[in-house]
Structure formats: structure tokens, C-alpha cells
Design a protein around this ligand. Sequence first.
Ligand SMILES: Cc1cc2nc3c(=O)[nH]c(=O)nc-3n(C[C@H](O)[C@H](O)[C@H](O)COP(=O)(O)OP(=O)(O)OC[C@H]3O[C@@H](n4cnc5c(N)ncnc54)[C@H](O)[C@@H]3O)c2cc1C
Length: 466
Amino acid sequence: MYRKVGAGIVAALHLIVGEGNVLIGNEKMEPYTHDEVVGLHADPEIVVKAASAEQISEILKLAQQERVPVTPRGAGTGLSGGAVPVCGGIVLSLEKMNRIPEIDRENLMVTVEPGVITGELHRTVEAEGLFYPPDPASLDTCSIGGNIAEGSGGPRAVKYGVTKDYVCSLEAVLPSGEIVTCGRKLVKDVTGYNLTQLLIGSEGTLAVVTKIILRVIPLPKLRVDLLVPFDDFQAAADTVSDIIGRRIVPAAIEFMERDAILASEQFLEKEAPYHDAEAQLLIQLDDNHQEAIDADFEIAGEICLKHGARDVLVAKDRPTRDRMWEVRRQIIPALKFQSPINHMQDLTVPRAKIGMLLKGIKEIARKHSVRIVCFGHAGDGNVHVNTLKDSMPDDRWQSLVPIVVDEEIYGLTLSLGGMLTGEHGIGVTRRRYLPMALDDAQIKILRGIKAVFDPNGILNPGKIFL
Ligand SMILES: Cc1cc2nc3c(=O)[nH]c(=O)nc-3n(C[C@H](O)[C@H](O)[C@H](O)COP(=O)(O)OP(=O)(O)OC[C@H]3O[C@@H](n4cnc5c(N)ncnc54)[C@H](O)[C@@H]3O)c2cc1C
């Protein structure tokens, strides 16, 4: 179906981006063969680093004419294989488009290029007293373009929402090479179908995003982080639903079970506080008024203690706070380090059902004598569930995954009114489960949308659909 990248295409790409921005047939292409999914690799035929929407337009026109697949790539931290060139062809890297051309203080908007690292955006706007809340745990390594394409979230989603809640406008290049601007620097805009929101979470399959206008808000003046250890896994899980039910809205409520904390501690080679606790909650409160923080702190603390929390450790200064969050942020690489073969799920359920989900997962783990480690954004009903191979024999692992993952964990999640993925996307790794969650009519519409944008299927093929 697709053509190979021949000498003519290589020469044309050299002309578009300059020879120094093309990698072909050398070991420098290795980083572009994978993202952060364990065991998923595919070789691109060529890697091209673009510097502008106009260059990307030329690349896509060429790819269209030659029927060569193009896989957009941000920083390669994805957890569903979205940036992996499973059909070969061109990897289109956005890493050079990493400027923040404007902070508009009057309209509270910031304009960014897709290759900007999310943590860099945070630091830049915070220096102006402004706040861009979405904070994926990978924020020091992922790009804002990748966040848009995946519809990323982060711990602060409990109070502030996710990436899609901050995007006002996107400039994007369609697979035809046309450059479009969806939305404007507007808080309100209902002019036609909402193409901006359609592109968010489209996993690089509909268009390549080249410029983004984001809404920012004033930076809250006060922040307190609490670390709450529990000697009972289920008590920690139930506390989350209880806090939400009591109508206080912390900025974040993260859940970490003991195996996740110990893995992170081992990986970081630093002792984590309360590392012997069965589970911990990391709760962040913020506001502009001390009385409001104090009131929420009192209620949250009281609920935690009622559920049997061993302590409520308060971090008011930056070093203590950073130490607490470092343990949380390193859990994914730490688990990968402990068990290089593992299966990670990104389950999402109604927030009040998080305790039931975690309980059910532990029962599945016990039933199959397999280590399943849970952590994540429990306050939004979104947890990451890692089934670890550890030293299990290969044949047992091969037969276990379809039962534990496909049938039992996804089955439980869907039965609780949940979905397959809250923020990591379908990509390659969850394609086969899509029909479990969406009916035929919905999948037909999704395929129809893809066909309207990309009738020849050149943009990021092999993603979302089988
Ligand atoms: C340790 C760790 C922690 C993580 N924590 C979180 C978390 O808390 N929350 C969360 O949501 N995710 C998390 N992730 C997953 C990942 O970081 C996010 O999905 C992130 O948004 C990916 O960004 P990226 O720049 O690395 O994108 P990539 O991996 O390069 O690409 C991801 C997808 O976006 C597409 N894409 C990239 N740039 C563009 C563009 N400009 N235009 C069109 N398509 C594009 C690619 O084709 C691909 O489909 C974590 C990952 C790791 C490794």
C-alpha cells in the first residue's frame, strides 16, 4: 500500500529542511524507533526535523504525492506507541519548533510551538505570575504538542482539568499540506464544528499541530502538599472517594501503593518517607486565601484520619514538596527498571468508583498470583495499573496477559462505567480493545472522520484502529 522512501524523496526532503535536519540509515535514528512503551520498536526509513509549518506543509505534500507514511513525533515519552513508525516511512520530529513566541498578559494567553517541553512552559509563565495547570508526571521530558495530540492530563486535573480545557486555538497542517488555524485567541467561540477540540486527542492521525494558543490563569498564591500514609490499601482508596464526596476540591489527589513507592525509592536510591505504608495519598491544596486552605486542610486531614491514616505529613517548603513529588513522578521508569516486561493500563472510572476498581484489581492479582501495582491520579478516577512479569516464565506470561488484562481488568473497568484510557491514548497498544468500549456506530464515525482528513491514510497509520 505504501511506497518506500527512495533517493528522489531523500533529495526532496534535503531541499525542504536542509541536509543537517535529515537522519537516514545511521545509529542516530535509534531514539526515533520507540516511545516509552516496553518492547515496541519500529524503524523509520528517514527522520526529518522540521522548523516551520511551511516546511511541514511541503513534507506532507511530498508524502501525499509519493504515498509515504508520516509519523509525527514530539519528545517520544508516549505510553501507547503513538510516535512509533509502525508502517516505516518518515518520522516527522517537531523537536526544533520549541519557541514561546508570545505571552499575552492582557488576554491571559500564551502562544507556543509544539516542541516546547511542558515544564519549560510552566516555568516561563510562572515567572510572570501566571499558571498553566496541566502537569503530566513526564512534564520535564514531554512536549506540549504531544500533550495536545494525546489530550494529556496530570495530577492537577482534579481541580483544574486537562490539556483540552486550556486550548483556544491550534494551527495545524492537514495531510493534504493545507495549513489551517482552528479557533482564535478567544474565550468564547462557537463558529462551526469545534475542530480545535477534535484535533486534541487525535494522536497525530488527523493533522500536525504547529502552533498552539493556550489560556493561562493567575498563579495561586498559596499551596500546601500533604503526604498521607495508610496501613491499609483499601482504606487509602476509599479515602479518595470520601474526599471528593465531601465537596472539597484539592488540586491533586494521587494514590501510590507500597510496591510503587518501593520501586521508586530503589530507582532513585533515596529513602522515601513512610515507605513501609501499604499505600499513600499525595494531596495538593491551593488557593489565594489562607483561611480557605486551612478549612480544606482540616476537612481533608479529618477524613484521612477517620479512614485510619497513620499521619498527615505537611510540606510547606519547596524542597520537602519536591522530594514527595519526585517519588511519585519516577514510578513509571522505576517499575520498568524492576520488571522490564510489564503491561501498563491507564484505566478511568467515575471518581466515586475508584475504591471499587482498586479492590477488584487486587482480587484479580490474588486470584492469578501475579504482581499488579496501582498508582496514579485517583482523584480524577484515573489509575495506572501495571501487571509485572517479574521472573514469571514466558509461556505463563503469554497466557496470563489476555486473561488478566483483556478480560478481567478491562471487563471490570467497563462494568464500573469506565473507559480504556484516561490520558495515554489508544495508539498501537490499545487498538485491539477499542471494540470492547465503543460500539460499531461510533467506530464507523471515527473512521469516517479519519477518511475526511486523510483519505489516503498517510498520517500516522497503524494507530487507534486495527
Ligand atoms: C514517566 C512518565 C510519566 C507520564 N505521566 C503522564 C501523566 O501524568 N499524564 C499524561 O497524560 N501522560 C503521561 N505520560 C505519557 C506522555 O508523557 C504523554 O502522553 C505526553 O503527552 C507525550 O508527549 P510527547 O511529546 O512525548 O509525545 P510523543 O510520544 O512524541 O507523541 C505522542 C503522540 O502525539 C503525536 N504528536 C506529537 N507531536 C505532535 C504534533 N505536533 N502534532 C500532531 N501529533 C503530534 C505523535 O504522533 C503520537 O501519536 C507519562 C510518560 C512517562 C514516560
